[in-house]
Design a protein around this ligand. Structure first.
Ligand SMILES: [Zn+2]
Length: 305
């Protein structure tokens, strides 16, 4: 599952190719992509509704919060003459939300290029390019949503409950540490709670706890604040490090997406390293189920207190 660094790598590529373009048309090749994992039966009116909502819209930019990514849209505006700060037409009201799910990819193509057989939706752009959503297993989603205010900025309605992520300006580390310090669950579970801090998934939670030397079962309410600060700082750092290498695989007409490994895999210290020696102390890395998810940690570097 792509986490923040993987989604951000994709967002950067998508933004580079789509910001400032106008959508001249859209095709939904498989209506299931407009649904969600709990509802994949989509009627024809949803397809025509999607196509008419996006056709003629202007893409301001590709945005992201946590693992959510969207294209913010302005409808039918001539932005060539509009003042981006003061003009009301430049304020986006709709967004195209894109969930990559497990296997989703966004790719940029020229119009005549072969359509990959798992292509589910296509946006035609006035830049003579196409943004194609390819998703082999259909765990992903694309859809139009109103933008609403959530944690200091406009976000798609379904992301309104998602807290700011550590790489965005709206992130307030002191406030998050304050909230984290009230939690009586395992710190591993708290880090995965997207309403507290977004973007951290299983991989980076395990890596952050290792870097901070904190056991995944530590209870935040009984942990020193300086250690909670260290965990959040480690999460920010490890995701930044991953992003730095994830961004390198973007090339010409291909928007990179494979969230499963990327180049960061060789830098992982504990995630899925159970049974191998800790890089720091040589103790065998352990694995334990916490809150239904596998946690990987060094029993010596991350002692329970
Ligand atoms: Zn160790």
């Amino acid at each position: 599952m792509p986490e923040l660094p993987e989604v951000e790598s994709v967002r950067r590529g998508v933004d580079e190719w789509t910001a400032g373009t106008t959508i001249t048309g859209a095709e939904v090749l498989d209506p299931r992509i407009l649904g969600t994992t709990s509802q994949r039966r989509i009627d024809a009116s949803a397809v025509s509704g999607f196509v008419s909502a996006v056709t003629g819209a202007h893409i301001l930019k590709a945005e992201r919060r946590g693992k959510f990514m969207w294209l913010s849209l302005v409808e039918g505006a001539d932005l060539s003459t509009a003042d981006p700060v003061t003009s009301p037409v430049s304020r986006p009201e709709l967004g195209i939300l894109v969930h990559l799910g497990m296997s989703g990819q966004l790719r940029i193509h020229s119009p005549g290029e072969d359509i990959h057989r798992h292509t589910r939706a296509v946006l035609h752009l006035d830049s003579d390019r196409e943004l194609r959503f390819v998703d082999q297993r259909i765990f992903g989603h694309i859809g139009v949503q109103p933008l609403v205010h959530g944690y200091g900025r406009l976000v798609p309605a379904s992301a309104v409950h998602i807290a700011a992520d550590p790489l965005e300006p709206a992130f307030d580390p002191e406030a998050v540490v304050g909230e984290l310090a009230k939690k009586r669950t395992a710190i591993k579970a708290a880090l995965l709670d997207q309403t507290l801090v977004s973007g951290i998934g299983n991989i980076y939670a395990d890596e952050a706890l290792f870097r901070a030397g904190v056991h995944p079962l530590a209870v935040p309410a009984r942990t020193r604040k300086s250690r909670l600060v260290a965990v959040l700082e480690s999460a920010t750092k490890v995701m930044s490090d991953a992003l730095a290498v994830g961004g390198t695989s973007f090339d010409a007409l291909y928007v990179n997406v494979n969230g499963e490994s990327g180049y960061f895999e060789r830098s992982l210290t504990v995630y899925k390293k159970h049974g191998t020696p800790c890089k720091r102390c040589g103790t065998t890395i352990a694995r334990e189920k916490i809150g239904g998810r596998s946690s990987h940690f060094c029993p010596r570097c991350q002692r329970r207190r």
